[in-house]
Design a protein around this ligand. Sequence first.
Ligand code: IPE
Ligand code: IPE
Ligand code: MG
Length: 246
Amino acid sequence: MADIHLPQHIAIIMDGNGRWAKQRFMPRIAGHRAGVEAARQVVKNCARRNIKVLSLFAFSSENWRRPAQEVSFLMELFLTGLEREVGMLHENNIQLRFIGDRSRFSEKLCEKIKEVEQLTQKNTGMTLIIAVDYGGQWDICQAARQLALEVEAGTLRSQEITPEKFASRLSFSDLPNPDLFIRTSGELRISNFMLWQLAYSELYFTDILWPDFDENELEKALKHYSSRERRYGYSSEQLKEAARHA
Ligand code: IPE
Ligand code: IPE
Ligand code: MG
């Protein structure tokens, strides 16, 4: 399928690990383990398809509400997953970045995150963003706080706060906004993912549970994306006219 129009940035809510495990009479953590394998595959497949940026929502600001045992299993899984996969990521020229509030992570996890970010920072292939303890509201709030500090310090006037200025203080400011948003498991909601950045993303929802999201499912999502007309407020006729003159 070399001829389809590809998104530059894909953002995924990897949902349904718990239900996947439940269907198999297994504990939720078995679903999370299977979810890591699906994440590994999607990273490889997106890199192979020359996707520029892949963002994976791995743990939301609200997921701390889960039972303590599940939370600590997930934190352990991030750490061991990083240790295991960093070599593969680096070999594939992938730049790894984490976004979210790191203040509640263990020192060990923070150190590992710093280490892999540093190791892969010069890589020029796909950028892989892992959103952990991330929330769109947290992101908007931290951007607002930065701007408020600048106003307080007298280096910024409130009239200078534009959407572009605001966006420049958000977590993904140096990257294009997601072109394609994917959520698995049949839930039709954003669950506090990239609230600002998803403003004009194409949304794709599938009933497939995350551990079952394979190459074939990715291709379906890409095909859906390539069939969309993105208008950004223009009329269809205006876009056709512009394409004729391009
Ligand atoms: C997504 O799967 C992974 C995380 C939120 C960490 P879930 O754990 O939410 O799985 P379901 O939605 O309960 O099936
Ligand atoms: C969203 O899934 C967060 C991640 C996949 C990391 P949730 O399972 O936490 O979302 P809700 O609670 O169903 O909205
Ligand atoms: Mg869920």
